[in-house]
Ligand binder design. Structure first.
Ligand SMILES: Nc1ncnc2c1ncn2[C@@H]1O[C@H](COP(=O)(O)OP(=O)(O)OP(=O)(O)O)[C@@H](O)[C@H]1O
Ligand SMILES: [Mg+2]
Length: 378
């Protein structure tokens, strides 16, 4: 028996190997001859493609391709690729025996004999229809989301502009009414000045809109915030009734920041008008600006910042409302009184300059909105 032992061992080994390949369930593993005809067939192939081996052995593997792919010469291309490069692969629709389609991931490897002569191909096919479907759905959701975001941005832009123009008209109208009542030439002159300012700001806004339409970045500039607060103080005061006092205070030596000045002014005006609307009867609004060093208190917020805070002695914001105040179009104001865009714009501005907008509020005591803007690098 001895001389035969190695032969038996080899045969035994090969038999086991065939059993192994045969019993793999979730991969179709089979052999093709050099022309692409099927030579062997395993359980996985039967399960995935629906053919039993007697049906399929001797057939050309183009049987599994869609008519479009066959017309396009895909089966032959795959064979040629595997023959010349040693390996070919593909992902695409394949057809089962019952005519249904599945999404396949396919590998094709050239097999050589001991002398190195090509004798056929090893073909491994997996059915990844589920994954493919999941990816397709994900792509679709992404596309829909992208579209929704575009629409929302467009809505915010047009709505936002209406909102900004409303603010400007408020200034123009209230100044004009006061000027009409006043007998004092200096006062009248000052009020006319505000009207001209607001008008110019409106012109600037439309210019900005045109810039946006041309996809250009609005003008970022190096800004001196204390200087800016001095010039906007008059504007802010103009927007407030006499029962509300305003104080504006900037710490000496404030860092410079990089931002679009007219956008920043609009944000401050929005925050101040919100404060005004929150105050019933007498009250106070304080605008302060300080330097602040942050050490990752919030993700990504590290380094030198300027913090501009607008504090009011108004009604405050309850916890439930607070969760929604940055949402575009969220407003608790009566129809026609608020667009609900002020804070979403302010928040958008803060994110745009890599800063943040934070809320501190106690119901019945008041609210402080903190606008954080990174200091400009020296
Ligand atoms: N300082 C504040 N005190 C109390 N509530 C505030 C304050 N600021 C904002 N809110 C609340 O947040 C909501 C959203 O504010 P936002 O500025 O986005 O819109 P709005 O002020 O309602 O409308 P618009 O800005 O167009 O006038 C307000 O309706 C209000 O309920
Ligand atoms: Mg507002």
């Amino acid at each position: 028996m001895k001389p035969n032992a190695p032969f038996h061992a080899a045969a035994e080994h090969q038999h086991r190997f065939e059993l192994l390949v045969q019993s793999v369930m979730d991969h179709a593993i089979y052999m093709l001859d050099l022309d692409g005809h099927i030579v062997t067939w395993n359980t996985g192939a039967q399960r995935i493609k629906g053919y039993v081996s007697d049906d399929v052995i001797g057939r050309h593997f183009a049987t599994f391709f869609t008519p479009e792919d066959v017309a396009d010469g895909k089966p032959q291309r795959l064979l040629t690729q595997a023959y010349t490069q040693g390996h070919g692969q593909d992902e695409g629709w394949r057809v089962r025996r019952d005519g249904s389609r599945f999404w396949a991931k396919v590998g094709l490897d050239l097999i050589r004999d001991e002398q190195g002569q090509p004798i056929g191909f090893a073909k491994v096919t997996r059915d990844i229809s589920e994954r493919h479907e999941a990816e397709r759905q994900l792509d679709q959701v992404r596309a829909e989301l992208f579209q929704a975001q575009k629409l929302e941005a467009l809505g915010q832009l047009t709505g936002g502009l209406a909102h900004d123009f409303n603010n400007l008209l408020t200034i123009i109208l209230s100044s004009a009414r006061m000027a009409r009542k006043s007998q004092n030439p200096t006062r009248i002159d000052a009020l006319l000045g505000h009207i001209v300012d607001a008008g110019e700001r409106g012109t600037h806004l439309t210019r900005q809109l045109l810039t946006f339409a041309r996809h250009k970045e609005a003008g970022h500039q190096r800004l001196d915030i204390s200087q800016m607060l001095v010039t906007t103080q008059a504007l802010l005061a103009q927007a407030l009734p006499k029962r509300i006092s305003l104080s504006v205070l900037a710490e000496p030596g404030l860092h410079a920041v990089d931002a679009d000045p007219s956008q920043l002014e609009m944000v401050l005006l929005n925050l101040t008008l919100n404060a005004r609307d929150a105050i019933v009867g007498d009250g106070r609004i304080e605008v302060t600006a300080v330097n602040l060093r942050l050490r990752e208190e919030a993700p990504g917020l590290t380094g030198e910042f300027v913090r501009i805070s607008v504090a009011d002695t108004g009604a405050g914001i309850d916890a439930q409302t607070r969760q929604r105040i940055f949402e575009p179009f969220f407003t608790t104001k009566a129809f026609g009184q608020g667009t609900g865009l002020g804070l979403s714009q302010a928040y958008g501005f803060a994110r745009h300059v890599n800063g943040d907008l934070r809320v501190d509020s106690v119901v019945g005591v008041g609210t402080t909105m903190h606008l954080l803007i990174p200091a400009a690098s020296a």
